[in-house]
Ligand binder design. Structure first.
Ligand SMILES: [Zn+2]
Length: 268
């Protein structure tokens, strides 16, 4: 059943339930509260990285996984990505980079370096436009395909891991994903550093440290200029501290496709 129909039915059920227990005509405040509740409920499922209701989404691997998965969004960036690569190399760590298609096209050598270092490449749309989530399904699918094509033109492989901009999964995304030439798996995270908000490294580490466990998916940004702070110095400092802590605990950083599946399905 299309998500829009599900939403309409569920909203109708809420209104019907309210109608049966409340006196009519409804006070205006009750009508307004019902609409606000329905809107808030939908918003929760769009924003929550763990919600499966609108778009099936992987937000962590099984605890039996051989490590946790560090992921990076919004790159590649000619200054930040090489520094992140160097830190990962120092700790023999693997990660997954969700690349913006037009940035991959602008820096193809960086994409090749990611591949050569053994990291996984995912797609993070082609332009990472703020309008992405408001596109009709056909245009949204075209935008996703374009991002995947941009990466495939460099690597020769179409990435099968996809993370939507800002991690939002609107109802249209579900339809757009069914239009793709090849299926992709949608990935969110167990925890994110919120490193685009200009937070100091200590705050980023404090958010992520409780999730340094096998199977977790952690999100940072090696790209910039897509909103928020453009200073990735705290991100790199946090990455260094997290990798050091993980090494001390014997905890590996692995690719998303190395995680044991949480739900019995294969990862991508
Ligand atoms: Zn992003």
């Amino acid at each position: 059943m299309p998500p829009q129909i599900q939403i309409a039915l569920a909203t109708g059920c809420v209104i019907l339930a309210a109608w049966t227990v409340l006196p009519t005509p409804w006070p205006p405040m009750v009508s307004a509260a019902t609409v606000v509740l329905a809107f808030g409920w939908l918003t929760f499922h769009i924003v929550s990285p763990r919600s499966q209701w609108i778009v099936p989404t992987s937000w962590r691997g099984a605890p039996s996984s051989p490590g946790l998965a560090l992921t990076f969004d919004d790159g590649p960036d000619p200054e930040i990505t090489p520094r992140a690569l160097e830190l990962l190399r120092e700790h023999d760590a693997r990660a997954t980079f969700f690349l913006v298609g037009n940035r991959a096209s602008a820096y193809p050598d960086l994409v090749r370096r990611l591949i050569a270092a053994g990291h996984q490449i995912g797609s993070h749309s082609h332009r990472h436009a703020h309008s992405f989530h408001f596109l009709p399904a056909k245009a949204m699918a075209a935008e996703i395909e374009r991002g995947i094509d941009a990466i495939a033109a460099i690597t020769g492989e179409r990435p099968t891991a996809f993370r939507p901009p800002i991690g939002l999964r609107v109802p249209t995304l579900r339809q757009a994903l069914t239009r793709l030439r090849q299926p992709v798996r949608c990935w969110s995270w167990t925890a994110r550093g919120l490193d685009t908000l200009g937070r100091p490294a200590a705050a980023i580490v404090a958010r992520l440290r409780p999730h340094l466990v096998p199977g977790a998916i952690l999100t940072l940004h090696d790209g910039r200029g897509l909103g928020g702070s453009a200073d990735r110095t705290p991100t790199l400092a946090a990455l260094r501290e997290l990798l050091t802590t993980m090494s001390a605990r014997g905890l590996r950083s692995i690719r998303l496709d190395e995680l044991d599946p949480l739900d019995g399905t294969r990862s991508a």
